[in-house]
Every structure is written in C-alpha cells, then in structure tokens.
Write a new protein. Sequence first.
Length: 181
Amino acid sequence: MQEKYWQAIIGNDSSYDGTFYYAVTTTGIFCRPSCKSRVPKRENVRVFPDRQTAVAEHFRPCKRCRPDGLRLPDEEWTELIADYIKESYAEPITLSVLAEQFYASVYHLQRTFKRLKGVTPLTYLQHQRIEAAKQLLIETNKPVNVIGALVGIANAAHFATVFQKKTGVTPSEFRQSCTTI
C-alpha cells in the first residue's frame, strides 16, 4: 500500500473519497478514506481502485460511511446515531460532531432525529447523561462535581442545574433520597 493512501486513511482525508476505497481484512468491511471508524492495523488493510472491486473480493460496505452510495433508511440511521450517543455521552458531542460523524448536514440530522425519536439529539444526549449520573449517584460516593465531569458536564454548577431541571431535585437530594429508602 502506498504511503499516501495510508496517510489518507489515518487522516480521514475526504479529498481522496472516490479515488480509492480501503477494506479491513479482519472485519470484511470496506470504507471511504474519510470514514470516521477506528483506524485499523495497517497490515489488515487492502486498497481498491473502486467499490466494485471491493465487493467482488467479498467485502461489504461500511454502515457508517456508506461507500456504496446508498443511504440507510432513516430509522436505521437514527438508531446508529442514538447508539453513538449512548456509547459516547461523556465526550463533547455537538450537532456538528454528529453531522460529520454520520455524513449529513446539521439541519437534516436534527430534523430526522427529532421526527423519529421525538426529541432533539441534544435532549437525547442530556437524558443519557442524567441517567448515567443517577446510576453513579446511587452506586458511588464520588462528589457531585466529579460525577458531572464523568458524564460529560464538566461545569459543576451547570451539571447541578441540568440535573435539577430534568429530575426536579438536586444531585445531592437525589442521592440522599436513594440512601434513605
């Protein structure tokens, strides 16, 4: 494999999209160079000049970057986004990050997600963070500000405000009510 291809893969370089595709032998999946999936081991990567060659070699298209050019049904795509939020809620996630990760405009992603989930991606993210915080408040003795940081809300005052807005009680009151039961 040429070094320029490897650099395009590890750099998620979209300027190479359409000029080549790469497949990972251990997963059986092929991707665009700009795919945001985890960087594979170099020895497991094969490069193809086009999609048809990758398919002919029995690789299937990545569900994230859709190198076959086909869109996922909105329901399946929205579930992938929801799963990503569930797995990554502690990281700094914005609509721009989601749009880049799932190859869509911010507007389309927001509108489609809300239509199918009934809430915006930000509301869904906050819900995931608050549910994780509740578990940590019940299961650990960590300070409230540490729990806020662990669930992706580093500012303790903001965490307490969001938690109280969503649950009706402060994090400390929630923890106390769980220990007195």
